[in-house]
Design a protein around this ligand. Sequence first.
Ligand code: ATP
Ligand code: MG
Length: 436
Amino acid sequence: MIDRTYSDEITAEQDGETVSIAGHVHEIRDLGGLTFVIVRDREGQTQVVFKEENDEDLFEAVQDLHKEDVVQISGRVKASDQAPGGVELAPTRLEVISESDTPLPMEVAKDVEADLSTRLDNRAIDLRKPENYAIFSLRSKLMSAMEEWFDDEGYVDVDTPLISQEGAEGGAELFPVVYYGDEVFLSQSPQLYKQMLMAAGFDKIYETGTAFRAEAFATSRHVSEIAMFDVELAYIEDHHDVMDVQEESLRYALEQVAENAQDELDVLDVDLDVPTEDFPRITFEEARDILATEFDHVPDDSDDLDTKGEKLLGEYFEEQGHPAFFVVGYPNEKFYYRQDVSGDDIASRKFDLIYKGQELSSGGQREHDIETMEQLMDEQGADPENFKFYLEAFRFGIPPHGGYGLGIDRLVQKVADLENIKEAILFPRDPDRVTP
Ligand code: ATP
Ligand code: MG
């Protein structure tokens, strides 16, 4: 490894010591016989002061530097109140490891807002911005904390296939792929496989995976390739056990971020709102009532809350100190959700988690009685033939179970307070973008 010290490791106590830093040239400021070079590494920035009177050769060399060159610089640490971070370097050696072309396709150092499309076209440059690194460093810490909670609770980390014959959600949103001459599909959700693992007696599983949705969306919360955090657990009483797991794990992950990612939150200028109280759990009907009475809003689809509805409910609960809440018991849900029938009313044991006015996850208790499920499939026009591999797993004993799928990108979007979900994804995919 190249010997180097990260910018945040250099302190005023090291005054007089020689250190070596490496990184990109963030800024060059020429003040006559004095040139300030700011070197950026992952952890921050270091100011290096080149003085003509100190070393003419070095001073001459620094005149040829470009922004974004990769350099290694050795120098003596100088405590300085004026310097950012309270220290600067008096250089003794400069090596240009890799030269940058000019002009840059977009600015890294200056605060010039490029539009999202330009940023994504030049993502390798765009990601050099400290605030972008902060998003992905935060994301990494958030998901490590999430996995840690499940590891501690005895969940098994699994991987289910991404290529399969049939989707959990059905036709229109599937991406077909040619598989040895036949048409198969990219996975929309690991749902069916998670349930098969409950039949297998795995009890508690999670998966950090990928899902693909061929939706023709144009929103700030949809992408075509999604990072998903999926959970499934068995021997539950009902869907409230599943919500308990979701609530506790999310709270833990957010607490860990508040504790361990303060630097990232500072760079992003985010005041993280960790829900301390129990997440409210309201029924679908209650949600519709609040929308009608408080906001005079009636979602178009009588079986769903629309985007606006979720946003309004988010505001309603946030005002009462609840950034997160569950909506429980959506009507007329898919065949794999367990249904509660009372008279003519059929409420599924399905819930959505809404965080800061946006759906983050869907889940619930699954139907584990094969006859009920086959009847529902029949009513919904789903061909049991297509789900044979799945239904087989139910024929030979399966415990009651439930789970959920959490959109990781949406979670990061909300935690980092980003306008568009694509900012939370390194190289996002949408109907118009498969590159870079
Ligand atoms: P929405 O109604 O918001 O489009 P959905 O109900 O179709 O979402 P689910 O099938 O419930 O989505 O998927 C579980 C979770 O996966 C969602 O709550 C969301 O966080 C995430 N998700 C689903 N589709 C997308 C997408 N196209 N882009 C980003 N995240 C998604
Ligand atoms: Mg959903």
